[in-house]
Design a protein around this ligand. Structure first.
Ligand SMILES: [Zn+2]
Length: 284
């Protein structure tokens, strides 16, 4: 009986929201740029499509997150399908960014072109990473925004193209923070641990935290993982320690963010590093 009433009220609420909020453009926070992350809000129960693809991680209250890949060419087309079936579309220009080229020479050849046995391991690593991303959480984990998972000098940024021993490779997707092995890493926002792998070939000890609405943080090259799959973590909780496991040229944290399939720029979510360091020093 109680269930039936709840369902009825929820349905009524959705209907009212759609009638009053219709023909309204969603509201946004964030940057419509390459690598950008935009937090959107539309009416409860609406379906959202980015470039005609349904976003399958919308909160019941109509919140959603858009992620724009590094080489995305706008305009982005956003369509809102309201609960009454009507559809509205909006177009957004996406700002171009310039990314660095980073050359790294003198790497051992087998690190640049792995042998077949290693290829199997790499494939298995990717499969596990993919599977860890298939869960879809629509909880509101992001109320408090993001903080840096560690403070320290930034030694690598999103989007830079790496050329290893002269061969162009995938761009660098994370922001690197160079700090000694053992430095604590904290959760930048609340979430659920969806991957805690002790030793991947490229990324070493690797941790994923799903923040909900399709947004997943990855932490690479850890020396220690202090949480396990299924744990709910809160912003500021220690989740691991910085290290240089996997293919790393020195101890650092590589923090990456995905929104759905789009690899986006984590650094856009947090204040400039110097500001965060000043604020931390002021609190000590
Ligand atoms: Zn890195």
């Amino acid at each position: 009986m109680r269930l039936a009433i709840t369902t009825f009220l929820a349905a009524t609420g959705i209907l009212t929201a759609s009638l009053t909020a219709q023909a309204a453009e969603p509201t946004y926070q964030g940057q419509f740029v390459q690598g950008g992350i935009v937090f959107g809000q539309t009416d409860a129960g609406a379906e959202v499509l980015l470039d005609d693809e349904v976003i399958d991680t919308i909160a019941p209250d109509g919140r959603f997150i858009l992620g724009f890949p590094r080489d995305y060419e706008g305009p982005a087309k956003l369509s809102i399908k309201h609960v009454d079936g009507s559809v509205e579309s909006f177009a957004y220009d996406i700002g171009d960014r310039e990314f660095n080229i980073q050359r790294i020479d003198g790497l051992p050849p087998k690190m640049v072109t792995p042998d077949p046995a290693v290829m199997e391991r790499i494939k298995d690593d990717s499969r596990q990473a993919r599977e860890a991303r298939t869960e879809r959480f629509t909880e509101n984990f992001l109320e408090d925004g993001f903080i840096w998972p560690a403070l320290g000098p930034i030694s690598g940024v999103y989007g830079s193209q790496r050329i290893l021993n002269g061969e162009p490779r995938a761009p660098h997707w994370g922001v690197d923070i160079a700090m000694p092995t053992g430095t604590p890493v904290v959760a930048p926002a609340d979430g659920i641990v969806t991957l805690a792998h002790p030793d991947m070939y490229f990324s070493g000890a690797t941790l994923f935290i799903d923040h909900g609405l399709g947004m997943v943080s990855a932490f690479l090259h850890l020396s220690e993982i202090d949480v396990k799959v299924g744990d709910v973590v809160r912003q500021g909780d220690v989740i691991g320690k910085i290290g240089e496991s996997g293919r790393a040229t020195g101890p650092h944290l590589d923090w990456r963010i995905n929104v759905g399939a789009a690899r986006v720029d984590a650094q856009l979510l947090v204040p400039p590093m110097e500001e965060a360091q000043k604020a931390a020093n002021a609190n000590n």
